[in-house]
Write a protein that binds this ligand. Structure first.
Ligand code: ADP
Ligand code: MG
Length: 292
């Protein structure tokens, strides 16, 4: 494309709330054959809310939530914010945490009043040999409702499951349909558990997904599709997504996402809506047609 037609395309895109960082990305966008969409904060709103606390034994909901929120005060993960917010709403008092650690793609841990507390997903419980077998059915039920179950263990024993729900953006389904109507293979990518990913992908009409992907492995999934001959677009909002955004042929960041994601992407969707993807591709096609 001529520099002039690219400038026109970039301007048109900007009017649609799509900020294109470089002319090359505008030209490559029309050739995208596969689009990987991060789940949390990209397909969904990204502001999960606590919906349910299931306790084991004699534990009280509020003491569990207080422990979880005390730990999560040290994390900036969207799930952590959901837990802390829920504790604040209930006016709970938080405790001091010693030896805090955030374990990427797994959860958080620390000591409270010399009890060791673990909070996170099934993978974390498995790795620390916390038995959850009596509660798997219950967690599966939660996950089948597209919610994310998190386990809390006290001194190596499961004490509760806290579940959060993160609503799907109201126009994600339509925006995904537009991509598919363009013949694009749409794939969802998430660190969340398989059953939750399955439920969300069904709700939004995506038949292919990668779940339980560790943050450091997200960019490998982009490479995997590239090795299959796909021209890959990647859309994400999180720090976790940055390497995958950089690896993709075209990286798209959600404008309300983290700065790191925006800096790693070629294109930013200022309105946060996934409609920006099909808009960008349409403008890219029009730009290339103009020079022929
Ligand atoms: P994603 O951004 O796709 O959700 P992450 O790798 O950040 O992926 O998280 C994957 C999973 O790890 C989460 O769904 C959750 O089960 C667990 N996890 C990560 N961070 C936390 C946290 N701070 N508290 C509880 N669970 C967490
Ligand atoms: Mg995300």
């Amino acid at each position: 494309a001529t520099p002039m037609s690219v400038m026109v395309g970039v301007g048109k895109a900007a009017e649609a709330g799509v900020l294109i960082r470089n002319g090359e990305a505008l030209q490559t966008a029309s050739k995208i054959s596969a689009m990987i969409l991060d789940k949390t904060g990209t397909i969904t709103e990204g502001s999960p809310k606590v919906t349910e606390i299931q306790v084991t034994g004699d534990y009280k909901e509020e003491e569990i939530l207080s422990l979880a929120a005390s730990l999560e005060s040290g994390s900036e993960h969207p799930l952590a914010l959901a837990i802390v917010e829920s504790a604040q709403e209930r006016g709970l008092v938080l405790s001091k945490v010693a030896n805090f650690e955030a374990i990427a793609g797994h959860g958080v841990e620390g000591s409270i009043d010399s009890n060791s507390i673990l909070f996170g997903n099934e993978k974390l419980m498995d790795e620390r040999s916390v038995s959850i077998e009596h509660y798997i059915a219950s967690a599966q039920r939660v996950a089948s409702e597209a919610k994310t179950p998190m386990y809390l263990a006290i001194n190596g024993e499961l004490a509760a499951i806290i579940s959060v729900s993160d609503p799907i953006k109201n126009d994600s389904v339509e925006a995904i349909k537009r991509l598919q109507a363009n013949g694009i293979r749409v794939v969802m990518l998430t660190g969340d558990n398989r059953a939750t990913a399955q439920a969300v992908s069904e709700k939004v009409g995506i038949s292919e997904f990668f779940a339980e992907v560790l943050p450091e492995d997200k960019s490998n999934k982009v490479e995997e599709l590239q090795a299959q001959g796909e021209i890959v677009g990647m859309t994400g909002d999180g720090i976790n997504d940055a390497p995958a955004l950089a690896q993709a042929n075209v990286g798209f960041a959600i404008g309300t996402g983290t700065d790191v994601a925006i800096e790693s992407a070629d294109i930013t969707l200022m309105r946060g809506s996934l409609h920006g993807l099909a808009d960008a591709i349409a403008i890219s096609k029009a730009t290339l047609r103009n020079i022929k």
